[in-house]
Design a protein around this ligand. Structure first.
Ligand code: SAM
Length: 296
């Protein structure tokens, strides 16, 4: 198969000049100008020829062309009107005949609840300022997404794939693990972007769990995760006090879950948080509603 042309630095600059586009920080616009990086992302994304891919933030289309070459079809969700409007023209010029294999949706990815195609994979160079919420929103809203490969700031990549107990383990790590098995898939330097960001980027790969980890509503479990990490230096008994209604009830719930109340939230994995949510149903709020304030 002959290799198809991807967008290089000159083409990206020409496109941006023609459209009068100046990349904005607010929208996290750092465009990939290096075909080899696109090939690397596509290789790591493991896209099958029968797959439908959703890309968030196609920008000028660098990654979009690579996805189109690998997938059956795709949807691209872009918030910036001039970029969304131009994308079909770029596709028609660079991949004539492929226009019907892509739908471009002009929207904020955080607000998307329906897509014109049913995606089996998510592949994106995510806008850095909203990378984690967009990722979690997409996994929550589109259960058909079986796997994902995203590029984010390298420290966010490390945080997403961190293990319990490490300093960078936090809310993104636990919540991403609710949906998927997460692993880091590489580091990307700064000079493959225009404009070049100050920090390196990282690739993260996600394999959606075959079955839900729990029948409990996700929000119930996530509320505990948020509470535990809002005061990550405190013991769980103290950090979960307002969530539970009192420190005493938090202690009782943790004990019912088989978790040491003196432990810190950063030591627990998603399974432990689920155990706490389950235990909360067994420890009634009555009798604990008035906090004694003291240790018991
Ligand atoms: N995929 C392109 C590439 O690799 O060259 C551009 C990636 S750039 C890091 C992020 C893209 O996401 C920009 O095109 C930006 O306009 C878009 N974007 C930013 N916030 C968005 C949002 N909330 N929803 C959808 N797209 C967004």
């Amino acid at each position: 198969m002959t290799e198809q042309q991807l967008l290089g630095p000159h083409q990206i600059r020409d496109l941006a000049d023609r459209l009068g586009i100046r990349p904005t920080k607010t929208l996290g616009q750092n465009f990939v100008i290096d075909p080899n990086t696109i090939r690397r992302i596509i290789a790591a994304a493991n896209i099958g020829p029968d797959e439908t891919v959703v890309e968030i933030g196609p920008g000028l289309g660098s990654l979009t062309l690579g996805i189109l070459d690998a997938a059956k079809d795709m949807v691209a969700v872009e918030i910036d009107p001039p970029l969304a409007q131009e994308l079909p023209t770029t596709i028609a010029a660079m991949r004539p005949g492929s226009e019907s294999r892509i739908d471009v949706v002009l929207s904020d990815a955080m607000k998307v609840t329906e897509l014109p195609r049913r995606p089996s994979a998510l592949v994106a160079n995510l806008p850095y300022n909203v990378a984690v919420p967009v990722l979690l929103h997409m996994f929550a809203t589109f259960p058909s997404i079986e796997h994902a490969l995203v590029m984010v700031q390298d420290e966010v990549a490390d945080r997403l794939s961190a293990q319990p107990g490490s300093k960078i383990y936090g809310v993104p790590s636990v919540k991403a693990n609710w949906f998927a098995e997460v692993s880091k898939a590489g580091v990307i330097g700064t000079n493959v972007f225009w404009p070049a960001p100050k920090i390196k980027s990282g690739l993260v790969s996600f394999k959606r769990r075959k079955e839900l980890l729990s029948d409990l509503p996700r929000e119930e479990v996530f509320a505990i995760v948020d509470a535990a990490f809002a005061q990550r230096r405190k013991t769980l008994r103290a950090a979960l006090a307002s969530w539970a209604g009192s420190a005493a009830r938090a202690g009782a719930v943790l004990e019912a879950a088989g978790i040491d109340p003196q432990e810190r939230g950063e030591k627990l994995d998603i399974h432990d948080y689920i155990k706490i949510a389950q235990a909360a149903w067994q420890v009634p709020a009555e009798g604990f509603s008035v906090s004694t304030g003291g240790e018991q």
